[in-house]
Design a protein around this ligand. Structure first.
Ligand SMILES: Nc1nc2c(c(=O)[nH]1)N[C@H]1C(S)=C(S)[C@@H](COP(=O)(O)OP(=O)(O)OC[C@H]3O[C@@H](n4cnc5c(=O)[nH]c(N)nc54)[C@H](O)[C@@H]3O)O[C@H]1N2
Ligand SMILES: Nc1nc2c(c(=O)[nH]1)N[C@H]1C(S)=C(S)[C@@H](COP(=O)(O)OP(=O)(O)OC[C@H]3O[C@@H](n4cnc5c(=O)[nH]c(N)nc54)[C@H](O)[C@@H]3O)O[C@H]1N2
Ligand SMILES: [Mo]
Length: 685
């Protein structure tokens, strides 16, 4: 039920570390103001640019307010009624199930919004009789799996504990844009005399703050980590007592790194030897050390092993289980409810239950959709995702969707993926339906309350599914048991809370964020590691068995590498990081964000620009065998030569969809996507 006038607790459900607590003011049925909620101690300072634009987003002129149907044979859409839309979809579904079996339907959902209610999609498709869906994830699985294999669980210290660190390494993480609230804790540590190290090929806003900035050749961080371990051993900076009691495989790892000198790593990673030694000195002599591992270096074919090599540095120096020390990647409090689509369920099940066919790799969405047989795919339902610009190999993804007979997309705006659909259904925003959300950087559970009525004819997904289920002849009792009606949502949420986090009530969440019961601010404080050996596993038999990697962390050259031949045809590493102006492909439609970042721009180092007679502002062609983009360029004197950088999240419709250039390729662990392993050439247009 929408709220009356007043100020209400809410939380931002974007796929973002911060997952800010919010206070939302409404009057006259309209959103008026968003402020930070002081009850979330991880995000008390303020709201990011995107958060500030939510009122614009809800009332955006291009927001979809009613169902649309494609005018056959054209790229145009016309408005249709809900009855027409749902009847058409139901007729298609019935025929599809009869002619090909329910698994000829692909249900693709991604990270557009967090929430417990998202799971009702899977419940609906089970009621339908089955479906095909994806395994793996675009975001974080290589890092999650590397962490789980090494420490036994994805846990980390509370965000504010970072203030206790004496050395902070932001490794492949650009927190100043992607986790702005973490920078406040970095500042507190710096004020107490801590040292900040940033490891990133780009001189980011984060790197501007660092005392030491290493700029590795993309995909070579493991070599740096191995050389740091080499120096730690050579200088006697290993915590022998900790290692003897709590680390499995340290001896073998020390033998391995004996040959990994700083000179060896410097040649591979193209960073000065002295910087590697300095990094070792900081990690080895100034405890406590926290490594905040971002997502940058886990988007390569060698990235699970890279993350394991980085983790080994903390294990060797005893920097785990203590204040100010540890590994911050993701604490997975998003998963306190289990959930129908558990991101830890990466693995295609060995024995499919006959209802859900999990056969398509998210990283290889396009080629796998095209190759799927028995039955082949005929229809798709996409919600909370924009796979055309966001999944690797955009051209293959487009081809795969075009090869289907019928496509449905549920979204707030006419995205690239929605433009390929036959029917587009308008999606709610988080102000229009209540839900409970977890986070992956702090451990607050938060309620995002419904505070306004959905505008126009917008209906939340749960309602869409209920209406469709009725049209498929599913008994009302079965529908009610699977998917709550709008007036039953709070009861449904309350029951889920009681089952998974007893003690946390909706009433409490209405007041503000509540911490999920955990063992305190320091992860692994009891030094119990739920791995097979009960210790931190630098040596992991499980890694070897499951992923056929070396049981010890090591460095292997990425598959797509400038070093693969003497004169590479595509000599530049294309990085496609995030920007403070968007969450991936969201927010880019808003006039406010357009004013700040009006069009896609590729950054080149001065050396690479000069060699191509390119000057700032020129239009350039960025290309490889997979595709071409024509965009404006900017000269960035902080960028490592040999690298170019273009923010991901631009749409095809903006001319900047970066995944036109990327390969459909998985990471070595976890079935992630190797987005940054992407070589291109740039020429003046
Ligand atoms: N080249 C390159 N590609 C990348 C990355 C990269 O670093 N480089 N990063 C990857 C990463 S980390 C991620 S997480 C992915 C993100 O990619 P996706 O998971 O596809 O996410 P978004 O682009 O954030 O949003 C998807 C859509 O969800 C819609 N949406 C939001 N809320 C709702 C809702 O309540 N209901 C419905 N039905 N729709 C909603 C939004 O309008 C948006 O169009 O991109 C990946 N792609
Ligand atoms: N404003 C904003 N915030 C976000 C998001 C967003 O889209 N916008 N997305 C959210 C999501 S879903 C995610 S996954 C996170 C991602 O958060 P981050 O990990 O901080 O962001 P990325 O931009 O993916 O990558 C971080 C850095 O890795 C660097 N990098 C690339 N390759 C390498 C390498 O080989 N080695 C090293 N050392 N560094 C490398 C890039 O240059 C980049 O600066 O951010 C979340 N927060
Ligand atoms: Mo992500």
């Amino acid at each position: 039920m929408p709220a009356p006038d007043g100020t209400f607790t809410s939380a931002c459900p974007r796929n973002c570390y911060s997952t800010c607590g919010l206070r939302v003011t409404v009057s006259g049925g309209r959103l008026r103001r968003l402020e930070p909620h002081a009850g979330n101690a991880a995000t008390p300072q303020g709201i990011c640019l995107k958060g500030l634009s939510y009122i614009d987003r809800v009332y955006a002129p291009d927001r979809l307010l009613h169902p649309l149907a494609r005018i056959a044979g054209t790229p145009e859409f016309r408005r249709i009624s809900w009855d027409d839309a749902l009847d058409t979809i139901a007729t298609r579904l019935v025929a599809l199930r009869r002619d090909y079996g329910p698994q000829s339907l692909l249900y693709y959902s991604s990270s557009g919004t967090k929430g417990l209610l998202n799971g009702v999609g899977d419940r609906f498709w089970r009621l339908f009789g089955g479906y095909t869906t994806t395994y793996g994830d675009l975001c974080w699985p290589a890092g999650l799996e590397a962490t789980r294999l090494t420490l036994g669980a994805n846990e980390h210290n509370a965000p504010w504990d970072l203030a206790n660190a004496r050395v902070i390494v932001l490794w492949g993480k650009n927190a100043a844009e992607t986790n702005i609230h973490q920078m406040a804790f970095v500042d507190q540590a710096l004020a107490r005399g801590a040292s900040l190290v940033v490891i990133d090929p780009r001189r980011t806003e984060t790197a501007e703050r660092a005392a030491l900035h290493l700029q590795p050749r993309p995909g070579t961080d493991a070599a740096i980590a191995l050389a740091v371990a080499h120096v730690l051993a050579a200088r006697g900076w290993i915590d022998e007592t900790f290692v003897a009691q709590h680390v499995h495989g340290a001896g073998a790892f020390r033998e391995r790194v004996a040959s990994c000198s700083p000179a060896w790593a410097a040649a591979i990673a193209d960073v000065p030897e002295a910087q590697i030694v300095r990094l070792a000195e900081l990690i080895g002599t100034q405890p406590p050390v926290t490594i905040c591992a971002g997502f940058g270096m886990q988007r390569y074919t060698n990235s699970g092993q890279t993350m394991r090599a980085m983790l080994a540095l903390l294990a060797l120096t005893g920097n785990i289980g203590k204040p100010g020390a540890g590994w911050i990647f993701a604490n997975l409090r998003t998963q306190v409810f289990g959930g129908e689509k558990d991101p830890l369920a990466f693995y295609p099940p060995a024995t499919p239950d006959g209802v859900v066919r999990v056969s398509i790799s998210t990283a290889m969405l396009g080629p796998h959709m095209l190759a799927t047989q028995d039955p082949p795919l005929k229809m798709s339902w996409v919600e909370r995702g924009n796979p055309i610009p966001q999944n690797p190999d955009t051209s293959a993804v487009v081809r795969a969707f075009r090869a289907l007979d019928f496509r449905v997309v549920v979204d707030e705006v006419l995205t690239d993926t929605a433009r390929e659909a036959d029917i587009v259904l308008p999606a709610k925003t988080f102000f229009e339906q209540s839900d409970v959300i977890g986070a992956y950087w702090h451990d607050y559970l938060q309620l995002r309350q419904q505070v306004i009525e959905p505008p126009g004819e917008v209906k939340p997904e749960s309602e869409i599914y209920r209406l469709l289920a009725a049209r498929l002849g599913i008994a009302q009792a079965e529908i009610d048991a699977a998917i709550p009606a709008e007036d039953a949502i709070e009861r449904w949420l309350e029951a889920r809370l009681q089952a998974s986090v007893p003690g946390i009530t909706l009433e409490a969440l209405r007041e503000g964020p509540v911490r999920v019961a955990s063992s305190g601010d320091i992860a692994f404080a009891d030094l119990q590691f739920p791995t097979p050996s009960g210790r931190i596993e630098i040596w992991s038999d499980e890694a070897a068995a499951r992923w056929t990697t070396d049981p010890l962390p090591g460095f292997v050259e990425p598959v797509e590498s400038t070093r693969e031949r003497r004169t590479p045809r595509f000599p530049l590493n294309l990085l496609t990081p995030n920007t403070k102006h968007r969450i991936h492909s969201q927010f880019g439609n808003l006039a406010t964000m357009r004013a700040l970042e009006p069009h896609p721009v590729i950054a080149l180092s001065p050396a690479d620009a000069r060699a191509r007679r390119i000057t700032g502002g020129d239009m350039v062609r960025v290309f490889n065998d997979r595709g071409t983009l024509s965009v404006r360029c900017r000269i960035d004197d902080g960028l490592k030569p040999g690298c170019v950088s273009l923010h991901n999240g631009w749409w095809l419709a903006d001319g900047g969809a970066v995944n036109v250039l990327s390969a459909a390729r998985e990471t070595d662990m976890g079935f992630g996507a190797a987005f940054h392993e992407n070589l291109v050439q740039v020429e003046r247009a």
